[in-house]
Design a protein around this ligand. Sequence first.
Ligand SMILES: [Zn+2]
Length: 179
Amino acid sequence: MPPSDKDREGGVASEETLNPGIVKVESVFNAKSRLAGGVNRAVVIHCSDHRFQEAFREFLSEGLGLDSYAPLVIPGGPYFCSLEQLQPKFAKAGFQSVSFLIKRTGARRIVILGHRECLFFKDYLQFFFPQPDLNRKQFGALGICAAALSDRFEGSGVEIYFADAGDDGSVNFLRIEQV
Ligand SMILES: [Zn+2]
């Protein structure tokens, strides 16, 4: 029997649609880390770019002092917020993820984080911003993203940061505020 509309829309597959999913499971590693307790401090949205992950983690834990946060890590990070016209499904999925994290973890703070030479921004968004260089285009886009998040998630403070990188590989974090 094919799945009914109810099954499709409700996200609950009928038995006929489920793959039996036969798997083999074995233990491969015991983590030193323990499950975090306490409350979630923030939803953090940043890019997947592998070059910046270690610096992002250091900034969030040591720079912002976040002992607990829920990361949303996707290509381009918060730039999905400015893609409602160009890529509506991508934008919708991003907003749904933020909504889920805020509702289910109780975070009152949203941190959005951009970075120098964001490949996603270069490919999809730089053409739409008049600023003279790529960093400034990104600053403008991050301001738009923060405004879109503030509109949708009233009661959540939105903070904007940007990871700038030097030719020597150093990474400096900037705070950006809307004026
Ligand atoms: Zn990026």
